[in-house]
Each structure stands twice: as structure tokens, then as C-alpha cells.
Design a protein around this ligand. Structure first.
Ligand SMILES: Cc1cc2nc3c(=O)[nH]c(=O)nc-3n(C[C@H](O)[C@H](O)[C@H](O)COP(=O)(O)OP(=O)(O)OC[C@H]3O[C@@H](n4cnc5c(N)ncnc54)[C@H](O)[C@@H]3O)c2cc1C
Length: 469
């Protein structure tokens, strides 16, 4: 894809010179987090308003110039990587348009980072519950367009569940103003859901009305050693039933994942004495001070008695809680620090099927390569497992690399046989586009293509991502 410089100049001409990112500052926009897909672009534009973005899109549409939207560039499936297209970064769309503590809503522009969004909510004593490992960098536009999940889905839902209204610029430059703060609005198709999870293939999200929640007054974090994945499922069920909806997170960590984190981050320490195949990080939250500890201790006592937990610790304060969470949050970085190639599967299955999934997938992987290191962890409360496979220590990396697609495919076979999904929260991007073709219902794929053709007839938005056309 190569564009005439006159056409590119037409895009530069419709925006403020400050919106043109100088070439010597292109590098961070072309480096993808996993280092898997190199980026290439003739032009990067950073508009500072929806109106300016609309003018750029309209000029690009007229000249058939393809666009790749980019937020924080933390996506893990290659969705924000340009392959010769113009990049539009939302990093200068930074306004807080409205915060209503009484209405429990805030309206933010796409380039506000997720951590900043949480901070804006906290400033008015409210909670914006979306929380992911990359929250310091990921943007509101990016987390919505990938429908990000994270550690609080169990209680508050995915990104999609936290949005009331949306504003987006369409491929032809028109602005769709769907920025309502209504909790009830039955007036036909709910278009915002096309853009959320749309991965920038239908338009660019420029602002959103987000839901806020009361801020919990008390938190309690427990780190528990469990004898099996089956015990973890039973523990989850017990904790949910007995806590009356106060269980906010329930994260599973495989023993090899914890070992890898401790190896790569020696400043962290193992929180319990017993070594078990799996560990659970559970967090409870309540609107009342002081009520949680007795409740959590009651649950853990019963879990010990039933053999669902063999060792554990409860954080005494916020500092200890942060240290426990650090073990979980460092998983992705620990794998990045390892020199072996890594197959990353982000799957979901019905919660009760998680032990079967883990057993069957482990058998398949070790049948293919006995030395493969399985780093399984994730949001068990959502049925979401990050099932990553690292090449053997001192193994032949080239041979392993050549089989990565096969590993992924075989793990997806197990997932689909258990009625699961090949992408739980990271999306499709370019990583899973071909897999999606073979896994999704053909009628659903056909409907998705019909929507894409209708909103983006020239196929200019993020080509080559999500769908084969
Ligand atoms: C350490 C780490 C931990 C992570 N943890 C989680 C996790 O727990 N849960 C989870 O779900 N994800 C997680 N991720 C993945 C990633 O952070 C999310 O996918 C995030 O939502 C991406 O946001 P971003 O702003 O970086 O988007 P980008 O990477 O910039 O873009 C992602 C996709 O959205 C499109 N896009 C970006 N902005 C817009 C816009 N304004 N309008 C339309 N399309 C747009 C891009 O074209 C691309 O297809 C993690 C990533 C890392 C590196």
C-alpha cells in the first residue's frame, strides 16, 4: 500500500500542524507490544478534537486512503499495527466532557488512559471498575473497541457493560452522536455495540458516557493454594454463594506461572509455604467498613474443611494486597522477559468446564512437545484462561516457532469442543483472523461482513483485521 504524497498532503492540510506527528517520533506507534508485527506508515495524525478527526476521515475517504486507529498501542493481537496505512492516534483527544457524581456517569474522550479514567471517578468518590494490567497506557477508545475485560468482570462486566453512550467518526467522516447517559433507551438497534469489540474496523470511537459505581469502603485480598483446578471451581462457587455478591475478582494462577514470575522478578516472594498445581487470588469488596474479614474467614474455614484449600494468606493491609496482586499482574511481563517463543491463547469456556479444558489442553500440548512450558492463568471467575505455551528451556526455538500455529489450533480445538471461545478478551486483530473463519458460525460471519460492507463500503477502516473480506 503506497499513497501519493499529494493525497497525504490533503490530509495534512485539513488539520492543525500540531496534529502531524513528526517522523522522528513515529517509532512508538510502529512497535507492537509483543514485538511480533513490525509496523509501517507514511503518516501519523493526532487530531485534538472530534471535528478535526472528522475532517481527516472525510479527506481520507475521498482519496481512498486506509486508516488504522490507535489508542495506547497495548493490544495483544496486532489490531493496531499499520501495514502502510495512515495511523490516527487518539492520544490528543483528552477532554473530560462531563462528570456527574449524582448521575453516576462520566463522559470522557477516547485518549484518556484507563488509569486516568479511574482517577477521575475517584476524585468524585465514585468507582470506574474496569481494570487491566495495561491500564496506565491503554486508552478509553482502545479498551472499548476491544471490549476489554480484566480483573473485575465477575462483578461489573466487560468494557461493553460499562458504557451508556458513544460518539464515533464513521469511515466517510460523518460524526455519529450517540452520547446519551440513559439507562433505558429502547429506540431500536443499539449501535454502540457495533463499535465496541469492532477493533476499529467500522469507525473511530471519539468519546463515551461511562457508568460509575459506588466506591467500595473495604477490600480483602486472599491468596490461596488449591490442590486442583476442580477444587478452584468449587471454591469459586462457594465464595460466590456465601459472599452475597461481594466477590469482585477470582484469578487462577498455575504453579509454573507463579514460578516464572518469581524467577523473572526476584524481588517478589512466594506468599505461602505449600506448593500446589494451582493458586487462587480472590478479592472481596464491600460498601461497609469492617464486615469482610469475618465473612471471608468463614468461607476459607469451610473451604479448608472440604479440602478445597490447603494453604493461604489474607492480606493484612493495602500494601500486602498490592504485593499479592503484583504476582498476578506480572505474568505477561514475565513471559516477555523469557527468551523462548510463546504461543498465546486467550480462551473462555463455561466455568465448570475449566478443569476439563486444562487437563485436555495440557495433554495435547505435552503430547506434541513434552518440554513445552504451560503458563496458564487468568480470570477464572469469567471462565477466561490465558493459556500460554513457552518453548522448552534450551530447546530448539526455530522448530518450536514453526509449530506455533499448530499448538494454537490444537488448543482451540479443545476450547471449541467444550463450547468455548477462541478469544475471551484480547480480540481477533490479525492474530486470530483466519482462525475466526473456521470457528465462527457461517451465518454470523456473513452478518458481520454485511455490517462491515454497509458501514465501510470502501474497506478503508483497519483493513486486514478481524474479518477476511
Ligand atoms: C501487560 C498487559 C496486560 C493486559 N491485560 C489485559 C486484560 O487484563 N484484559 C484485556 O482485555 N486486555 C488486556 N490487555 C490487552 C490490551 O491492553 C487491551 O486490548 C486494551 O483494551 C487495548 O487498549 P489500547 O488503548 O492500547 O488499544 P490499541 O492497542 O491502541 O488498539 C487496540 C485495537 O483497537 C483499535 N482502536 C484503538 N483505539 C480506537 C478508537 N478510538 N476507535 C476505534 N478503534 C480503536 C485499534 O485499531 C486496535 O484494533 C493487556 C495488555 C498488556 C500489554
Amino acid at each position: 500500500m503506497a499513497y501519493d504524497d499529494r493525497d497525504l498532503s490533503a490530509l495534512r492540510d485539513v488539520c492543525d500542524p500540531k496534529a502531524v506527528v513528526p517522523e522522528d517520533q513515529h517509532a512508538p506507534f510502529l512497535e507492537e507490544w509483543r514485538g511480533r508485527w513490525p509496523g509501517q506508515t507514511p503518516l501519523i495524525l493526532a487530531p485534538s478534537s472530534t471535528a478535526e478527526l472528522s475532517q481527516i476521515m472525510s479527506a481520507a475517504y475521498e482519496r481512498d486512503i486506509a486508516i488504522v486507529p490507535q489508542g495506547g498501542n497495548t493490544g495483544l493481537v496486532g489490531g493496531g499495527v499499520a501495514r502502510g496505512e495512515v495511523i490516527i492516534t487518539t492520544k490528543r483527544l483528552r477532554a473530560v466532557r462531563n462528570i456527574s457524581a449524582e448521575g453516576f456517569t462520566m463522559t470522557l474522550e477516547a485518549g484518556v488512559t484507563l488509569a486516568e479514567a479511574q482517577g477521575h471517578a475517584a476524585d468524585v468518590d465514585r468507582l470506574f471498575p474496569l481494570s487491566i494490567g495495561a491500564e496506565g497506557t491503554a486508552n478509553i477508545g482502545g479498551v472499548l473497541s476491544t471490549n476489554a475485560g480484566g480483573v473485575h468482570v465477575l462483578r461489573y462486566g466487560n468494557a461493553r457493560d460499562l458504557v451508556l453512550g458513544l460518539e464515533a467518526v464513521l469511515p466517510d467522516g460523518r460524526i455519529w452522536n450517540g452520547l446519551n447517559a440513559l439507562r433505558k433507551n429502547n429506540t431500536g438497534y443499539d449501535l454502540k455495540h457495533l463499535f465496541m469489540g469492532g477493533e476499529g474496523t467500522l469507525g473511530i470511537i471519539t468519546a463515551a458516557v461511562l457508568k460509575l459505581y459506588p466506591r467500595p469502603r473495604d477490600h480483602l485480598t486472599a491468596f490461596l493454594a488449591v490442590p486442583s483446578a476442580d477444587a478452584a471451581v468449587k471454591l469459586l462457587s462457594m465464595a460466590q454463594a456465601r459472599s452475597g455478591g461481594q466477590l469482585g475478582s477470582f484469578e487462577l494462577m498455575g504453579g509454573p506461572m507463579l514460578d516464572l514470575v518469581l524467577e523473572k522478578f526476584p524481588e517478589l516472594s512466594h506468599p505461602v509455604d505449600q506448593q500446589t498445581p494451582y493458586y487462587v487470588l480472590a478479592e472481596f469488596a464491600s460498601g461497609q467498613q469492617g464486615a469482610l474479614r469475618a465473612m471471608a474467614e468463614g468461607i476459607l474455614e469451610a473451604a479448608f474443611e472440604e479440602g478445597l484449600v490447603v494453604d493461604g494468606t489474607i492480606a493484612a493491609d493495602g500494601k500486602q494486597s498490592d504485593a499479592l496482586w503484583e504476582l498476578r499482574h506480572r505474568a505477561t511481563e514475565a513471559m516477555k522477559k523469557d527468551t523462548s517463543p510463546c504461543v498465546k491463547c486467550d480462551i473462555s469456556v463455561p466455568i465448570a468446564a475449566i478443569p476439563d479444558f486444562l487437563q485436555q489442553a495440557d495433554d495435547v500440548v505435552h503430547g506434541m512437545e513434552p518440554g513445552a512450558r504451560i503458563i496458564a492463568f487468568g480470570h477464572m471467575g469469567d471462565g477466561n484462561i490465558h493459556y500460554d505455551i513457552l518453548g522448552p528451556v534450551n530447546g530448539d526455538h526455530d522448530t518450536f516457532r514453526g509449530r506455533m500455529a499448530e499448538f494454537e489450533h490444537r488448543v482451540h480445538d479443545v476450547t471449541v469442543a467444550l463450547d468455548g471461545s477462541i478469544s475471551a478478551e484480547h480480540g481477533i486483530g490479525q492474530l486470530k483472523r483466519d482462525e475466526l473463519e473456521t470457528r465462527k458460525d457461517p451465518v454470523e460471519l456473513d452478518l458481520m461482513r454485511t455490517i462491515k460492507r454497509s458501514l465501510d463500503p470502501k474497506r478503508l477502516m483497519n483493513p486486514g483485521k478481524l474479518l477476511n473480506l
